[in-house]
Ligand binder design. Sequence first.
Ligand SMILES: Cc1cc2nc3c(=O)[nH]c(=O)nc-3n(C[C@H](O)[C@H](O)[C@H](O)COP(=O)(O)OP(=O)(O)OC[C@H]3O[C@@H](n4cnc5c(N)ncnc54)[C@H](O)[C@@H]3O)c2cc1C
Length: 562
Amino acid sequence: MGTAAAGAAALGAVAGASSLVPHVAAVPSVVDARQLEGAGEGKGASPVPKPAQAIPSNWDYSADVVVVGYGFAGQAAAITAANNGASVVILEKQARNNHTANSQMCLGAFVSPTNVSEAYTFMQKLSRINLDTPESQDMADDVIMAWATSMSENKAWLASLGVAGFGSYAAAGRFPNIPGNGAIASYEMKKPDGTTGVGLDLFNFLDGIIEGNNQTKILWATPATHLIQNTENGAILGVNAGTTGLNIKANKAVILTCGGYEYNDEMLKTFTCFYPIVFYGNPDNTGDGVRMGQEVGAAMSHMTIYGGGLKARFKSFPTGFLLAQNPTCGYIFVDKTGNRFADENSLGGYSGYWNAVYDNVTYDTLQRIPCYWIFDSAQMKAGPLAYTSFAAAGPIGMYTWSPDNSAELANGWILQGADIPTLVGAINQTQSDPVLTSQPWTVDVTLDPNVVSAAVSTYNAACAAKVDGQFGRSANTLVPISKPPYYAVILWPGMNNTYGGPLRNGLSQVIGTNGSPIPRLYSAGELGSVYVHYPQGGANVGECLAFGRIAGANAAALTSWS
Ligand SMILES: Cc1cc2nc3c(=O)[nH]c(=O)nc-3n(C[C@H](O)[C@H](O)[C@H](O)COP(=O)(O)OP(=O)(O)OC[C@H]3O[C@@H](n4cnc5c(N)ncnc54)[C@H](O)[C@@H]3O)c2cc1C
């Protein structure tokens, strides 16, 4: 999204900074491995499969710590590294005026457990792929302990930086039967005026601290492209960045915090077992950290982990939307057979997508991709279908959703029919026609209007009886679909973010395929997230803050390699 010109302009600003040295003296093209001894390389440095990038003879810019990606993880790493005396350069792919990190788009809830040992106990079990099989634990004990310890300091850390106060997002985790669940508290920041802040508010607060530190510089519109690695001992010496191939030297370490692969279609096809899949965050999270990590021999973790429910995606817009089903209005979801397939209220949260993806009877088709949200004019009149407090239609300002949904109806995102068969005709026409469709993907299926009409009739009868005999939806949400015209939005399995990326240990070091840390390389945030099961809303942001601090402190503590 950024431009090379903007990147060059941003870099120009660095030239004035005393300890962020542009155009440093040339260094030997092969760095003496002995220089690196005792400076973070440690024992058992990873063998390097191939040089990712030749060591430059000239560096364009240098700092002690180079942070790749400016979200919460990058912010926590940069603040902590700077507080530990390091000069810091942050490379951000997007331009300042076009910056839409997941951290800026999110609700801003963050987990901060109330008790370290209970959090440790909880996460020991939650880190199992199969909760009932101890052997399936997929997070090392040192990572679990680091998680429990550092996460528990999140709230106090933000308070120490000057956050005015906190409100409770959740008093406990989402797994009441797992010991320690009661310690998994989640919070939201309070703004100075006492109102609750969202992700953008927390991001701007931390941004103010970073902008006020003259030892830290942000290079906007400057994507990292490759890690620069010493081929003799595997140490990461810097980063190649920007369209002009800038060489950014990291005297101490590089910290990868550049988010997941939500918008890398090839990675999604490779790592997910279904398709299409919608995300509703930053379109520039394209798996660059996965690729850069692979180039220098990083092991990968949690590439197939996701969490989410159902979301909408429209062809003319770069990211997805979280839409709100107003429970006081009638609505159902039907699958490609035209039938309801679940209690609609069970399809939210972090594991709702399992229900949304898989058909319980046959496995030869992804029968619920997409599915169709059917509702009546009461829902249309009840306000914007999209959440406007956060995400794309929130304060980040990526999109202004019309208060009465009229603009989204006009551009074909919302489909309309005077009766259900006419509505189904509109769905069939738009989803199958590559020109007409408002969706990024066509669907080679024709919904049967009679089946959908019957599904609506059966549902309306359940509303009259106040009992949903099909799926047990709670009686107080059984409101008939009876006020024409009728509407539909096509929905897809929709996730918050990916969790895969380079494997890290409890020191936030990136681990190589041989099981040893890659010297001078750290990571934090959703790129290589620790989660297998998602503990509670706020766990991602909490992890960004916790492992960002760990990475920043450990990187700053290294001895410079030159
Ligand atoms: C709408 C929404 C709501 C959410 N709500 C919550 C919530 O309330 N609580 C919670 O815990 N989690 C929530 N999540 C998840 C959470 O927001 C993210 O997992 C978290 O913010 C990720 O932070 P990060 O720093 O790892 O990545 P990001 O915040 O995405 O930052 C990564 C940055 O790296 C940049 N980048 C990418 N490639 C490069 C490159 N090659 N070079 C340089 N820069 C690069 C990107 O442009 C981006 O600015 C939500 C997610 C979404 C989408």
